[in-house]
Write a protein that binds this ligand. Structure first.
Ligand code: ZN
Length: 343
């Protein structure tokens, strides 16, 4: 009888321990789905008007292009340096210190025998060399300053053709700039770094940025490349679709892509959000994958890229879906702050 009593007590303890585990598991699951009011506030601060102004400034007036081999009549600096100055002035006004990292590059030559979107061709060694700058700004993390979340976009327009490069990629540049504005007052646990690089001159300056980060031993836990956010096929645009594809290369990137899907639902952002696996590292996120940072993704409006004006003169700001870009910025912000707080 006494033994039975002890067994009963042990059984009750075991059962209640199991029950507690189950309760904790449920609590954890609901925490994962919980709306964080701080994140909701941040994403409400995203302003499509700011994004639009930046896109028009960088791809129409006063800067029709952003390239090292084009200086506007009567101006002292080429259009890419003028774009750098615009970004730096904005960032500094919000309290960031801007660092410039020079990289020797060339403009691409143009091969008109190739399809319009792919007319870039390798320069000759005797073609002019220029210094292109990676622009950096960052917020130091309070508790984990060595843990870095990187937000980047290429800011240059196509060096081989007179394309305004509005969707490719004034829009992603404007998106990263908007995240810097919204996050200026946010007290982050990790360091959040912003990088404005160049991918339409050669070599891509993100390659230098990624290699130098690795050689310094930077602990970059997530890379979000914003390129062509909201850009899609003419049919999808006409149908009013708001789309984003988060493409990853490695399993660590897949985790970020899935997080983009989660926050899109959790914060009712309303994107048609999907993930895709890149067959190999590509674009500026690929530069980081190749340097040894596998948690790297690109946010892009469509994949394969559906913009009919891709790399053409018709890639103008009037055709940008600013509302779509703002939604992608909201989802990316929500993902970034979620990662910042998961310590
Ligand atoms: Zn691009």
């Amino acid at each position: 009888m006494r033994h039975t009593g002890i067994y009963a007590i042990v059984l009750i303890l075991l059962l209640s321990a199991g029950l507690l585990d189950a309760v904790e598991a449920r609590q954890k699951a609901s925490d994962d789905n919980k709306v964080d009011p701080g994140i909701s506030r941040l994403i409400r601060a995203v302003d499509p008007e700011q994004i639009s102004k930046t896109i028009f400034y960088l791809s129409k007036d006063p800067l029709p292009y952003r390239k090292l081999n084009l200086t506007l009549p009567g101006h002292q600096k080429n259009t890419l340096y003028e774009a750098d100055d615009y970004l730096a002035v904005k960032l500094e006004a919000w309290g960031y210190r801007v660092e410039r990292e020079g990289v020797r590059v060339q403009a691409f030559r143009r091969d008109t025998s190739k399809p319009k979107h792919a007319q870039y061709s390798a320069p000759k060694p005797e073609d002019p060399w220029y210094t292109a700058y990676n622009l950096y700004a960052e917020k130091k993390g309070r508790s984990h300053p060595d843990r870095i979340i990187l937000l980047l976009a290429h800011k240059d327009s196509q060096s081989w053709i007179d394309s305004p490069g509005a969707n490719d990629n004034a829009i992603g540049t404007a998106g990263v700039l908007e995240m810097a504005r919204v996050l200026a007052e946010y007290r982050s646990e990790s360091t959040i770094r912003f990088l404005f690089c160049n991918e339409e001159h050669t070599p891509w300056t993100s390659k230098t940025a990624a290699r130098r980060a690795k050689s310094r031993g930077d602990d970059i836990v997530a890379v979000f490349n914003m390129d062509g956010i909201g850009a899609k096929t003419a049919e999808e645009t006409a149908a009013g679709k708001k789309t984003n594809v988060t493409a990853y290369t490695e399993p660590e990137g897949r985790h970020l892509a899935e997080l983009m899907g989660d926050v899109n639902v959790r914060y009712s952002i309303g994107l048609q959000q999907r993930t895709a696996k890149r067959p190999r590292p590509g674009d500026d996120d690929g530069s980081f994958v190749l340097a040894g940072y596998p948690a790297a993704v690109v946010n892009i409006g469509s994949l394969p890229y559906g913009d009919p004006d891709y790399h053409g003169e018709g890639d103008i700001p009037e055709k940008c879906d600013v509302e779509n870009a703002a939604m992608t910025v909201q989802a990316t912000l929500a993902a970034v702050v979620t990662i910042d707080r998961e310590l």
